[in-house]
Design a protein around this ligand. Structure first.
Ligand SMILES: [Zn+2]
Length: 323
């Protein structure tokens, strides 16, 4: 969980609803399940008062410094201050938040990660392939809210470059054709992944993607980009659940026993760094692809993982966890 939850036990109950922003208030509500009984009572009292909308003291509390005792209004008549606005009652099932009636969460998992990541939008781009033919494709570029610096992210292997740097070749499918990766030994134009150099045999340890739900599932172990492991991850994004595929390419070998359908937790070793299918460079090719809506990720056998109608290649920085 990214946002920290205030210590509500130190707060006046009505203050909680007034002072917290909309999403923070709902997160605090969801956290009630792990609070002590007195804290739950505090939260319940705050939310019920807000739902009823009956307490004009909410407005004064909005102005009270944290920790101060409730004070009566200083002006005669109680609400002579024109800046004081009387809260209006909200319908059942809603509570007042900053002057608006807001729906209470229905789904019990709602409060844990209500929206997840912002939705990365697919864009069309294109390049000349090695035969000189123009190829148009969809890809999901880095979202503006994600750091451009590759070293701001967590990877499945330790940094392998001087200065603690990780990436020798990054994602370039969002760049103009002439700025994409090319070379005599490369079979394709452009690079829809990150290449992470490391010593042969370095353990590759599973990571949880940003806003991931549950554990990763293994989709494939075997020949793909050299020897490879492909895993499937569910991520909350744009208020819904989406599946992402991770391709761990050019590995030396996978751990024994790892097979399609295996569940892998964060930190578990899945494979070892190698150079299969990439004899010029020992490294991990880490590619992320978003499974298209309506496609069940577990039905993607290796040939279908790269098919444009099943997945969209994505800048890994959109989903890798931040350091
Ligand atoms: Zn690569």
């Amino acid at each position: 969980m990214g946002a920290s939850i205030p210590d509500v036990s130190q707060w006046e109950p009505l203050r909680l609803v007034v002072d917290l922003g909309r999403s923070a208030a709902l997160q605090a509500f969801a956290e009630a399940a792990v609070l002590s009984p007195p804290q739950i009572h505090l939260l319940a009292a705050a939310l019920l008062a807000a739902i009823a909308g009956t307490s004009p003291r909410m407005v004064w509390l909005d102005r009270a410094p944290v920790g101060h005792a409730l004070a009566a209004p200083t002006s005669p008549g109680g609400n002579a201050d024109p800046a004081v606005v009387q809260p209006e009652a909200c319908p059942a099932g809603m509570f007042l938040d900053d002057g608006a009636c807001v729906q209470l969460p229905q789904d019990e998992s709602w409060g844990e990660d209500p929206v997840g990541a912002p939705e990365g939008e697919a864009r069309w781009n294109g390049h000349f392939d090695r035969r000189g033919q123009w190829q148009a494709y969809e890809q999901i570029p880095r979202r503006p809210d994600r750091p451009a610096d590759y070293d701001a992210y967590v990877y499945p292997i330790p940094a392998g470059l001087p200065g603690g740097r990780n990436v020798i070749s990054g994602y370039d499918l969002d760049l103009p054709d002439t700025m994409q990766r090319r070379g005599r030994t490369l079979r394709a134009v452009g690079h829809g992944a990150v290449d992470l150099p490391q010593r042969r045999g370095t353990p590759i340890k599973m990571i949880d993607l940003d806003h991931q739900i549950g554990d990763a599932r293994v989709l494939w172990v075997g020949e793909f980009m050299g020897q490879s492991v492909i895993t499937l991850h569910t991520v909350r994004e744009g208020g819904r659940e989406r599946e992402y595929v991770l391709i761990f390419g050019h590995i030396d070998s996978a751990v024994s026993g790892l097979r399609r359908g295996s569940t892998v937790k964060k930190g578990e070793t899945i494979a070892y760094v190698g150079d299969t299918g990439s004899p010029e460079l020992v490294h991990l090719h880490l590619e992320t692809r978003r499974v298209r809506d309506g496609v069940d990720g577990m039905t993607l056998w290796p040939g279908a993982v790269l098919a444009p109608h099943t997945t969209i290649v994505c800048d890994p920085r959109n989903v890798l966890p931040l350091r």
